[in-house]
Ligand binder design. Structure first.
Ligand code: ADP
Ligand code: MG
Length: 642
């Protein structure tokens, strides 16, 4: 039971701990994942904002550079001097200085006056270029992004045309197209009107080709990812798309070359190029997953012509996730283990008092009354106090029982030794008494009618009385053998009492019988039982010298299987101090010659021999009740005491 309780407590504690742990893990997992995904997306969003700022900034700088040339005195002088060589030298020098791919000057009709890169070619019209046309028409500087065709790029120089060419590569998940190369150029461009005396006399425009130019993407990568490598590839990267083709990137192929020429996925293309929106989410780029953002690049007429992309390897976030989750799980495990250890400790403290109680109970069973020392104020304390009270009560009861038993044993012992002595004497006296009785009876017959008759009669009477005493002693000492037969207690009572009414002085006494009709028959020595009833009735009569009532009742209890016989008189009663002595042989309160003091002790012996009990209750001045209980089974089934 002890183990069961411990097991139950432990199991329920473990269950609670596990449930709490599991719930925290599930809830915590989701919260953390949500948080991390949100964090990853906002990180990427801030990166795309940064890269867009830098992109616009680059255009702004280009704009300033072109603008400064168009308003410089040196340039105006050269332009107005109509000295083509001087102008050509200036523009070529500026282009190189500023690192521009294109720096050209047109006249007010949009025809090329000077090409910074290709001096040979001039006089052709570039009016078709939005930035030139609008600078001439609106008298304003323009800057932005634009797409240049290969034919135009060729005019600037075959090398520039070559730089623009990107081979289209097929990758899993990318958009399918039918082109095999992209030969157009994505340009950052700025134009500025040349104004002389309030009139527009031409346009200066400069441009940078972004195809195969990694300056922008690498700068942004260095800035936002601070060059931090992750797992041998860059943690994040940047790409510029012309339409759907990667024309500049630091996404690497497995051979660590730049992943140029691959196409964007259909989904992203739709969102960004077709709808002109920002795309945010997980994207499979070349060969891995990235948390990515794409944003449209628009030309001067607000058409989407390309995209800027930034992405962070998903693995990075997954690793952070994994680390966070592992840390979280470890924490919960540690907490659970701690909770478990604590609960085991508590179980121990809870169970210890019970162990003490069980130990003490075992001791009690072995006969030592050991109280438990548990001082707690809770229910266990209450239990311990109740238990200690119980120990005291058991101890008290045991001691009382022991005293009683000792007393009873003493009584039986006393009776037994007295019985042995008395029966010895009785035996010795019995034979001479028979002689005396025989001869005195013969003498009485011989001397009847003479002066000796009365004395002889006295001798015979007194001798008879002696024999009665001797017989009583022998009865008491159980020297006579029991002769049991199946009998009815009621009829034995009736016989004994009717005989008595005639032979004894009962004229003042009313005898009332209250007999239970269906008494079961039991085995009785009828002679002895009649003498018991005799004794009790005579004692009652002796107690009522001035008359009274003797009430005799019988009862049967099927439950206890006992026949109860009560003799109740209305006599003088017995003082309490005499009650323990009533069954002592020779105890009498009657005057010498009247009582022998053997009646009750003989009665006690006979009832005992029928396996029964006898009890006296009395109230001095009111009367006495003697109660006999006889079992249905009157055979003794335990050794006799004598
Ligand atoms: P005896 O009758 O010879 O005195 P018993 O053994 O029969 O001896 O009785 C012992 C004593 O018990 C009596 O002397 C008497 O004092 C008391 N006694 C017995 N029965 C009664 C009774 N019914 N009422 C009062 N005293 C009784
Ligand atoms: Mg008597």
């Amino acid at each position: 039971m002890k183990i069961n309780l411990r097991l139950k407590l432990t199991l329920s504690f473990i269950l609670v701990v596990l449930l709490t742990g599991a719930l925290s893990i599930i809830i915590g997992f989701n919260l953390i994942l949500d948080k991390l995904v949100g964090q990853a997306q906002s990180t990427v969003l801030s990166h795309i904002n940064t890269s867009q700022l830098i992109y616009s900034d680059d255009i702004g700088i280009l704009n300033l550079q072109v603008n400064r040339i168009s308003v410089s005195e040196e340039f105006l002088d050269a332009f107005l001097s109509e000295d083509r060589d001087q102008l050509q030298a200036l523009i070529s020098a500026r282009r190189e200085e500023l690192g521009l791919d294109i720096l050209n000057v047109t006249n007010s009709n949009g025809r090329i006056v000077t090409r910074g890169r290709n001096p040979e070619l001039h006089g052709d019209s570039v009016m078709g270029m939005s930035c030139v046309k609008r600078a001439l028409q609106e008298k304003k500087a323009f800057a932005g992004s634009s797409v240049f065709l290969q034919t135009y790029l060729q005019k600037e120089g075959p090398d520039l045309g070559q730089q623009a060419i990107v081979q289209i590569v097929e990758t899993p998940r990318s958009r399918k197209g039918d082109r095999i190369i992209e030969d157009r150029g994505l340009m950052q461009i700025a134009s500025s009107p040349i104004i002389h005396r309030g009139k527009i006399i031409g346009v200066v425009y400069g441009a940078k080709l972004l195809n195969n130019n990694f300056d922008f993407v690498d700068r942004v990568q260095n800035l936002v990812y601070e060059n931090e490598d992750y797992d041998s590839a860059e943690a994040g990267n940047v790409t510029i798309f012309l339409d759907d083709v990667r024309v500049s990137t630091n996404v690497r192929n497995t051979d660590s070359s730049r992943a140029l020429g691959s196409l964007v996925s259909e989904e992203v293309y739709n969102t960004v190029v077709n709808n002109g929106e920002t795309w945010l989410g997980k994207a499979f780029v070349v060969n891995q997953w990235y948390i990515s953002a794409y944003r449209p690049i628009r030309d001067l007429d607000d058409n989407v012509i390309g995209m800027v992309y930034v992405g962070i390897q998903e693995k990075l976030f997954q690793d952070i996730n994994r680390q966070t989750l592992v840390f979280y799980i470890l924490m919960i495990l540690a907490g659970s283990i701690l909770a478990l250890l604590l609960s085991l400790y508590f179980i121990k403290t809870i169970l210890t008092p019970y162990k003490t109680l069980i130990e003490s109970s075992k001791q009690l069973a072995r006969g030592s009354y050991i109280k438990v020392d548990i001082k707690s104020r809770d229910e266990v304390g209450d239990l311990a106090r109740a238990y200690n009270k119980m120990i005291s009560a058991i101890r008290e009861r045991d001691e009382k029982l022991r005293d009683q038993t000792e007393q009873q044993l003493g009584q039986s012992e006393k009776l037994a030794s007295l019985g042995r002595l008395a029966s010895g004497i009785a035996h010795e006296i019995n034979n001479p008494l028979t002689g005396i009785l025989t001869y005195s009876s013969m003498l009485l017959e011989d001397f009847r009618g003479t002066e000796f008759e009365e004395d002889l009669q006295t001798i015979v009477d007194e001798t008879m009385r002696c024999r009665k005493i001797v017989k009583g002693i022998l009865d008491f000492a159980r020297e006579t053998k029991l002769e049991k037969e199946k009998s009815n207690v009621n009829s034995a009572l009736r016989q004994a009492l009717s005989l008595l009414e005639r032979h004894y002085n009962f004229h003042n006494i009313k005898i009332t019988l209250d007999l239970y009709e269906n008494l079961p028959e039991i085995m009785l020595d009828l002679n002895l039982i009649r003498s018991v009833f005799n004794n009790l009735a005579v004692n009652a009569a002796d107690a009522m010298p001035d008359g009274g009532e003797l009430r005799v009742s019988t009862r049967f209890s099927p439950k206890s299987q006992l026949i109860t016989i009560n003799f109740t008189d209305t006599g003088i009663g017995i003082p309490p101090e005499n009650i323990p002595k009533i069954f002592d042989p020779f105890f009498t309160t009657k005057e010498p010659g009247k009582g022998t003091g053997l009646g009750m002790s003989v009665t006690y012996g006979i009832i005992k021999r029928h396996n029964g009990t006898i009890d006296i209750s009395s109230e001095p001045g009111k009367g006495t009740t003697v109660t006999i209980e006889l079992p249905l089974e009157t055979e003794l089934n335990f050794p006799e005491l004598s």
